[in-house]
Design a protein around this ligand. Sequence first.
Ligand SMILES: NC(=O)c1ccc[n+]([C@@H]2O[C@H](COP(=O)([O-])OP(=O)(O)OC[C@H]3O[C@@H](n4cnc5c(N)ncnc54)[C@H](O)[C@@H]3O)[C@@H](O)[C@H]2O)c1
Length: 262
Amino acid sequence: MGRMTGKVAYVTGAASGIGLACCTRFAAEGAVVIGADLIEPEAWKEIADLAPASGFSTFDVRDEDAQLEAGEAVRATHGRIDVLVTAAGVAGGGPIHSLSLAEWQRVQDINLTGTFLSAKAVLPAMIAQRSGSIVTIASVEGLEGCEGGSTYNASKGGVVLLTKNIACDYGLLGIRANTICPGFIDTPMFRSVYGSDATAEVREATRRQHKLGRFGRADEIAGAALFLASDDASFVTGVALPVDGGYTAGHGYGVAAMMGLT
Ligand SMILES: NC(=O)c1ccc[n+]([C@@H]2O[C@H](COP(=O)([O-])OP(=O)(O)OC[C@H]3O[C@@H](n4cnc5c(N)ncnc54)[C@H](O)[C@@H]3O)[C@@H](O)[C@H]2O)c1
């Protein structure tokens, strides 16, 4: 029996990267998985093979009506929603003096308001069944500042506190809420920002900030999401969990390497 047998999981950002890896892992662990994204990916066939009752909805996470309809549809079809993972998100930002209001707002709307609307879509089912696990995907950039972050960091900091607030509001109803703060994970989003030769130096400096000396993989975030979603985390709520290869453990200036610790 898998760690998610009998559970219905709803995952946004399911077409790519971290969201897709969560869907694959949850399906392999026995869950029925309902994915949501702007488009249905080719890879969804594999998930449908692993978990035949699974399904996919296409919509924009900023669309409140579409979100609420999708949540209702999952509940009507499967009778419950046990898990929400909010992985839909975009990169973006820049120093404030050169950032347009439109770009600021786009990132806030998708990353933060999209997370709020996804939680709003599943909470009626979770309240009715008096159980549920909400796993949001924030970032190490939601825990601390970094050069060029601005709207992205602000949106992810908002996701961290929104998640803690969900934990405060709904704990007595048996609903848990936790957020994962990934370090830099090799996904299409990461490659769109750090994939070019022009960013090679910054990419290398960023890699070194991970004390394990490498970037992460999407399946490593899915493993943490599985823990938080599953009954193994039955007493864990309100946590912002860095899954970051030590990125936020402290500053690294190369002393470990100087002392031969390589
Ligand atoms: N990759 C990293 O290094 C990293 C680090 C920390 C946090 N994150 C966060 O993890 C989450 C997943 O990122 P990823 O790296 O897998 O990126 P990704 O680009 O591979 O996947 C993101 C998915 O979100 C979907 N999406 C974007 N806007 C949407 C919208 N308006 N409506 C519906 N779906 C939308 C995209 O279509 C895409 O499938 C994001 O929230 C991201 O901010 C990523």
